[in-house]
Design a protein around this ligand. Structure first.
Ligand code: GLN
Length: 458
């Protein structure tokens, strides 16, 4: 795996930090453990970690210059869980700064390129993780998803990405962006690997007060349960204007396959969908503006050495350390929370959040699952949307509503448009990961044909 990384990562640029020595040590330990028949499922498997996950003694930048030299003294809970399961971690992957973005172009260091076409973005913000999996620079990876950052890059890179139910996976050690929305999720080559990773990282954690006290099902065995008779809702709002024609065609064909597998497609409506983007872009920046207040050059991270006095130190450190998109979000969030505007923006967004959640509650009274495209377009050219925040934000229009409602979602490759991968998204009620995996797996088994029609650039 390290050889593969050395031969192609100069072109893909998926990794910010490589940890070859650590990986070789872990691999040697895994060799020992593999002598025993009861070695855990992930023993010896090389994985990559999005650089938003704290790793003890390994630099964790969150894609930001402000954390450019930050070395955490502890591991995120998911990282400890993977280590306990015998996984080998090869490195930390590139991302949009503080996970704010949809193309990995907002990284404070360099952009990552899409393995299917190196002139295009891999999606984001977990673009490094998705590109690393797609380019065979790791077997699987972890990403984080606040509004789509696991599922959208998975779709754009032709791999599988799952966002678990809010609280299913511990957020302890995940650098916070928007705490009521952030979740860690796997990015994998297929749905079986996704189930295996979910098994390894799910469960209650006393270190995360929002973590759920629910039993963890056997995800891998749930893959094979029958899908015949499952009712799948197709929300008309998601197939409306704005979806690229090529993507629409591929997705509709995929939906036909679901029918072949015995699932029943039902026309549904999620009437508040059109407000999801606006709601997200009040709530997420509001939470981010509070979470990012800690980066002030005083205790850790980048500080401006030439500042005179504490106020100037904070101004200069934040002014230089944060990139343009992060500053935009801090300003949006600070405005939405400021006195006189709080009721009109933040409070109203929280009310609309409830309405969006009710749409899903109501839909799940009559369907088991919801199916949509994962993203309205295929991977776009590098540079196309960097100067147009709204059009960048729209790339997540199909993945934002789920996190607002706290529900899980998965993106699975469903074919190609313009020679580039298209993702099919399933959403399920809270803790519905098993039915998501089951449906995605059934689809994957039927769709082998579609997946062979294009070639990667690396
Ligand atoms: N693209 C969205 C944003 O920029 C979602 C990012 C994410 O899920 N971390 O906020």
């Amino acid at each position: 795996m390290l050889d593969r990384i050395h031969s192609i990562d100069a072109r893909v640029r998926a990794y910010i930090t490589l940890t070859p020595d650590l990986a070789m040590r872990q691999a040697a330990e895994a060799d020992e453990r593999l002598r025993h028949p009861d070695a855990p499922r992930l023993c010896g498997v090389p994985l990559a970690l999005k650089d938003v996950l704290s790793t003890r003694n390994v630099k964790t930048t969150c894609g930001s210059k402000i954390l450019g030299n930050f070395v955490p003294p502890f591991d995120a809970t998911v990282v400890s869980m993977l280590r306990d399961a015998g996984a080998v971690t090869v490195g930390k992957t590139n991302m949009d700064e503080f996970a704010m973005g949809s193309s990995t172009e907002n990284s404070g260091f360099f952009p990552t390129f899409n393995p299917w076409d190196l002139d295009r973005v891999p999606g984001g913000s977990s673009g490094g993780s998705a590109a690393a999996v797609a380019a065979d620079e790791c077997i699987a990876a972890l990403g984080s998803d606040t509004g789509g950052s696991v599922r959208q890059p998975a779709a754009l890179c032709g791999v599988v990405g799952m966002r678990p139910t809010y609280g299913r996976v511990s957020r302890y050690g995940l650098v916070a962006f928007a705490s009521s929305l952030d979740q860690i999720g796997p990015i994998t080559k297929d749905v079986t690997d996704c189930a295996i990773l979910m098994q390894a990282i799910s469960g209650h954690d006393a270190l995360d007060s929002t973590s759920l006290q629910a039993d963890v099902p056997d995800y891998e065995s749930s893959l094979h349960a029958d899908v015949a008779g499952l009712k799948v809702g197709l929300p008309r709002e998601y197939m409306a204007a704005g979806v690229d024609e090529g993507v629409r065609g591929v997705v509709l064909k995929a939906i036909d396959r679901l029918t072949e597998a015995g699932m029943e497609i039902v026309d549904i409506s999620l009437p508040h969908t059109e407000y999801a983007l606006a709601t997200y872009y009040v709530i997420a920046p509001a939470e981010a503006s509070a979470n990012l207040a800690r980066y002030n050059g005083v205790k850790y991270g980048y500080f401006d050495p030439d500042s005179d006095g504490v106020e100037e130190l904070m101004m200069n450190s934040r002014g230089t350390g944060f990139g343009a998109e992060v500053k935009r979000r801090i300003m949006l969030g600070t405005f939405a929370l400021s006195s006189g505007y709080y009721d009109a923006y933040y409070l109203r967004a929280q009310k609309v959040r409830t309405l969006i959640k009710r749409d899903f509650d109501q839909a799940f009274e009559s369907v088991d699952l919801i199916v949509t495209p994962t993203s309205p377009t295929v991977a776009f050219p590098v540079g196309e949307k960097v100067d147009d925040p709204i059009s960048m934000y729209l790339s997540d229009v199909m993945t934002l509503p789920g996190p607002i409602a706290g529900i899980p979602g998965i993106s699975v490759p469903c074919g190609f448009s313009q020679g580039l991968p298209v993702g099919l998204q399933f959403m399920a009620p809270p803790l519905g990961e098993t039915v998501l995996l089951r449906a995605a797996h059934a689809y994957e088994q039927l769709a082998g044909v579609e997946s062979a029609t294009a070639r990667k650039a690396v």
